[in-house]
Design a protein around this ligand. Structure first.
Ligand SMILES: [Zn+2]
Length: 61
């Protein structure tokens, strides 16, 4: 089975991220934190680290 590359939000590490506008393929939107932009993370380990950091920050608020 071919490995599917997942994309993650650079702000919160969520994989709940989709193209915001299909015509503008470089703009992504995160449905967890509301991030929009061209940058996405494709490395699951980095995403996990961002996710942990993000959740920690949320707890501190
Ligand atoms: Zn996010």
């Amino acid at each position: 089975m071919k490995k599917f590359f997942r994309k993650f939000c650079p702000e919160c590490g969520s994989d709940n991220i989709k193209w915001d506008i299909p015509q503008m393929w470089s703009i992504w939107k995160c449905y967890d934190c509301g991030y929009t932009g061209p940058l996405v993370i494709e490395d699951g380990e980095i995403a996990e680290a961002i996710r942990k950091n993000y959740l920690k920050k949320q707890e501190e608020k």
